[in-house]
Design a protein around this ligand. Structure first.
Ligand code: PXP
Length: 250
């Protein structure tokens, strides 16, 4: 079975995490973006967090100058981030939940509960020329609300699926994979572009990448971890290959 090629967005946040561990300028996230581009990434994803724990404001322009790939800016629904995004005008703006005390983005943005808070951000970013994506749990309710808000893209949170695989709970992982499949089909039917991301690894990517409606996969932490062993170029190429294998494009 041959499916339409899916894009790989490489999240370079954790290059900045290592840099910030020591301060200074090394390793440079913009250099990582350029290497990811040369290795076959279709986009660069960065998350400017409120606490600037990895990507910092100055990285935004530096990353843009280093590549000619679309940039996907992940951001919380705060006035500060909205002002930055409207000035930066990323190709895509992905709205994510954010809590200072969390280690990473835990769970999707509950757009059903937070409708009144999120909707003005969708409108403002869309009017500002960015393609808005909502990072949500794979649930029909969340997708229906995303549709009602006029979001052109949703990114389905794959973190739970990955966790279940690594916990060895194959029955529950299978159920979660089915939720991802059903949500992808439902969103696609509604005309929403389907992205996926969070926690994906070589061992977990194939069933997710094989979901026909998936158009883009955003992957960061695992690629950067592998890059320590094999180099960033090889890690990106291997992930790209895994996606192509899963979709019958290799
Ligand atoms: N997609 C979104 C919306 C995210 O918040 C993250 C983590 O920043 C990712 C994808 C990438 O997740 P990971 O770093 O676990 O691959």
């Amino acid at each position: 079975m041959k499916l339409e090629r899916a894009r790989l967005g490489v999240n370079i946040d954790h290059v900045a995490t290592i840099r910030n561990a020591r301060g200074g300028v090394h390793p440079d996230p913009a250099k990582a973006a350029a290497i990811a581009q040369a290795a076959g990434a279709d986009g660069i994803t960065i998350h400017l967090r409120e606490d600037r724990r990895h990507i910092r404001d100055a990285d935004l322009d530096a990353v843009r100058a280093a590549v000619n790939l679309p940039i996907n800016l992940e951001m919380a629904t705060t006035d500060e981030m909205l002002a930055i995004a409207l000035a930066y005008k990323p190709h895509a703006a992905c709205l994510v939940p954010e809590r200072r005390e969390e280690r990473t983005t835990e769970g999707g943005l509950d757009v059903a509960r937070l409708h009144n808070q999120v909707e003005p951000f969708v409108r403002a970013l869309r009017d500002g020329g960015s393609r808005v994506s909502l990072f949500i749990e794979p649930s029909k309710v969340q997708i229906a609300v995303a549709e009602a808000m006029g979001a052109p893209v949703v990114e389905l949170h794959t973190g739970k699926y990955v966790e279940l695989v690594f916990a060895g709970d194959h029955a529950a992982a299978g159920e979660e994979l089915n939720r991802l499949r059903e949500a992808a089909a439902y969103g696609h039917e509604k005309g929403i572009e389907i992205h996926v991301g969070h926690g994906l690894t070589y061992d977990t990517i194939r069933p997710v990448a094989a979901i026909p409606e998936v158009r883009e996969l955003n992957i960061g932490h695992f690629i950067m971890g592998e890059a320590l062993f094999v180099g960033l170029d090889a890690a990106v190429r291997r992930m790209r290959h895994e996606i192509d294998l899963a979709r019958g494009n290799a």
